[in-house]
Design a protein around this ligand. Structure first.
Ligand code: ATP
Ligand code: MG
Length: 403
């Protein structure tokens, strides 16, 4: 097991050391060591804390940091410093006042919550934590520990589930309405056609009937689009080269909207791993993003498509075992006018559009395809202007059917 002691904040000091040099107060020993303890090297406790996959933060009764492992630093977005041991926790956690307040609560509250959640204001991350008091053999409080885990990804998955449920309900309703509307629409179109043939000499009637037929056809196209959107995606998974997907998506987007003077930069690494996905759906995903970018640019500007491989991520799963999945992040950026903040949170909602001719389904479909691939999508305004969409896809995923 790799032990990165050089970075650890579980500092060794000359006083109160165990044989391997671990500070006693960092990992308090049991008052009456069991016989088996002698078989366990004292350094084991240090390694144990350091290698825990949860954040661990312990403070002494006088409010000083006793233990802070690497995961704790990472989750709290603080630079790891061995010199933090022994410093007042209020100073070390000054950029995380919420966490500081929780730790202080360990000495003030009579009843500590078993498990609670907190959204860190600084990073927006959600942590799940357990707070406990440290007591000595006589029951006196000598410190407090905070165990915590980054739940942001779990939250995202829950949000995705909620969205799936919402879309499923919306989908059922939309499908039922669309189905009901389809027949009368077809009837209107047929009857208008009959009337058109019966009134060949009236130019006014011909013009009105032409409009009726055109409108009925348009309404029918919307109904078909809605039906297509609410239909569950059944992925036809195969080994897909993202470079091929991007190349095809560019041609498809260009066939939807004139690209004009817009430049396209594709920066995909040569050795980008192929992914397990549905090439048709992935093509659709990037076509929709590129179409939006071309529309935002209105004939001039730059669209950049880049990709990088991300280190394997632990995917929270329903079972006890979580899996590390290598991910690829694709980025589609443009230097267009950008998305106003008040519009940003609605862009993935079905039928939300700011365009006179838009159906508002482009990004809803993008999200649906990303979800079906067990991926995620984020959008941000670029500081230099324009929009950045990040699509993160697992190299291989469970690809459940989109429900
Ligand atoms: N790259 C972008 N730059 C600026 N605004 C964007 C960009 N991408 C999306 N948007 C905004 O998000 C809205 C929703 O996009 P979406 O693709 O879902 O629908 P649409 O493009 O309006 O219509 P459709 O794609 O169905 O033709 C757009 O109307 C636009 O306001
Ligand atoms: Mg669109």
């Amino acid at each position: 097991m790799p032990v990165r002691k050089s970075q650890t904040a579980v500092r060794r000091s000359s006083s109160a050391k165990t044989p391997s040099g671990v500070k006693r107060r960092a990992v308090p020993a049991s008052p009456k060591p069991a016989p088996a303890d002698s078989a366990v090297a004292a350094g084991f406790y240090h390694d144990l804390v350091w290698n825990l996959r949860n954040g661990v933060l312990a403070v002494t009764r006088d409010g000083r940091i006793a233990v802070m492992n690497e995961v704790a630093y990472r989750i709290l977005a603080l630079p790891p410093r061995t010199t933090d041991i022994g410093r007042p926790f209020t100073q070390v956690l000054k950029d995380q006042p919420d966490v500081s307040r929780i730790v202080a609560g360990a000495f003030e509250l009579s009843h500590l919550p078993n498990r609670a959640e907190l959204r860190l204001k600084s990073t927006g991350k959600v942590i799940g934590y357990t707070l406990s008091q440290v007591r000595d053999s006589r029951g006196r409080i000598t410190g407090a520990t905070l165990f915590f885990k980054d739940l942001t990804r779990v939250e995202q998955l829950e949000e995705r589930e909620r969205l799936r449920d919402r879309l499923a309900a919306l989908g059922e309703m939309a499908a039922a309405i669309a189905h009901e509307v389809k027949n009368p629409l077809a009837g209107i179109e047929v009857m208008a056609g009959v009337l058109k043939r019966q009134l060949p000499d009236s130019e006014d009637a011909q013009s009105i009937l032409r409009d009726i037929i055109k409108e009925a056809k348009m309404a029918n196209a919307i109904v078909l689009e809605v039906l297509d959107f609410v239909r569950p995606i059944r992925l036809q998974v195969e080994r897909v080269s993202l470079a091929d997907v991007v190349r095809d998506a560019i041609s498809m987007a260009e066939s939807h909207i004139a690209r004009g003077e817009v430049q396209i930069q594709v920066a995909l690494p040569e050795d980008l791993a192929p992914i397990q996905g549905d090439p048709h759906q992935l093509r659709q995903l990037f076509t929709n993003l590129l179409t939006n970018a071309f529309e935002a640019l209105g004939g001039t500007g730059l669209v950049r498509i880049a990709a990088h491989q991300l280190p394997p991520e632990e995917e929270p799963s329903a079972g006890a075992e979580s899996q590390a999945v290598p991910m690829i992040q694709m980025e589609v950026t443009d230097n267009g006018p950008g998305i106003p903040a008040d519009v940003m949170e609605r862009i993935f909602s079905p039928f939300f559009t700011t365009k006179p001719q838009g159906s508002g389904l482009g990004l809803a479909i993008v999200r649906k395809i990303v979800d079906a691939h067990d991926g995620r999508i984020d959008v941000s305004a670029r500081p230099e202007g324009g929009t950045r969409f990040g699509v993160t896809l697992p190299v291989s995923g469970s690809h459940e059917l989109f429900r």
